[in-house]
Design a protein around this ligand. Sequence first.
Ligand code: SF4
Ligand code: MG
Length: 336
Amino acid sequence: GDAFLSVRDLKVQFSTEDGIVKAVDGLSFDLERGKTLGIVGESGSGKSVTNLTVLGLHNRKNTNVEGEIVLDGKELLTATEPELEKLRGNKMAMIFQDSLTALSPYYTVGRQISEPFRKHTGASKKEARDRAIQMLEKVGIPHPKQRVDDYPHQFSGGMRQRAMIAMSLVCNPDLLIADEPTTALDVTVQAQILDLLKDLQQEFGSAIIMITHDLGVVANMADDLLVMYAGRAVERGSVREVLKAPEHPYTWGLLGSMPRLNSDVNEPLLPIPGSPPSLLNPPSGCAFHPRCAFTDKVDGGRCKEDRPELPAGRGSACHLTADQKQQVFIETIQPR
Ligand code: SF4
Ligand code: MG
């Protein structure tokens, strides 16, 4: 089908005291209506910056953005701030990791859900309040009629996250960006919130971008996956393809560092050694080479010199041969 959101060769750089940070360095992806794209990577991989840029929330003063972001036929990078303002909350919305920063402590939960609804639909106060109650009910807040006038601090962490989801969905956005939406919650509540998002997606038909460092979060949620490293996509495919036959050594590392269910051992199988690279001065060639255990399987130091490209469609940006990508994973890494 036709892409509802299309990102082409996106580059985001910002200047700091220490130099220019290449936060996103040539990223392309498509998302269809009603589908979920998981963007996975460690912090500093460019996943959050990408999505702030989609929403036009990047700092324009010190940021240079190149490329194309087209949402439903509209080019966002050339859109004016009033145009973006109209789209945000209405056509696209965001769920943040921390509901305490997204919700104001000074206003009731109900008011914070009904305000964007009034603003974008012109509904009356009474209509907007009814809508807020209805949304609280949809996200599973018990006794919504009583809770609508509560302040955020009167809600538990899980309830605040639900309230924030209600606020994001109140205008029925076509695109929902969820940045680590469950990271701050305990495992049981995490699973409930993810189920809720899935149900609401069915009902509202929104496309979702789910940003996470945790492959487990997107395994049951996303249709497609994009694995990011150092501001670039290093692997792309359907969730099934990527989880069943991952191709990129960094993805192997992410899979290996997933906690093993059905095991007494709580340690990751294969932690990724080292730390994410500096985006001020990214490594030459394949940016993953300082942490990669497989550079000796590639000829002549190529990993250090020659940057591998991500092919269109299913694939990975790595110099290993197609055979090696299959075999090495199966022989040495696949979790038992
Ligand atoms: Fe590792 Fe080389 Fe592949 Fe990069 S290109 S992931 S360094 S094997
Ligand atoms: Mg982030």
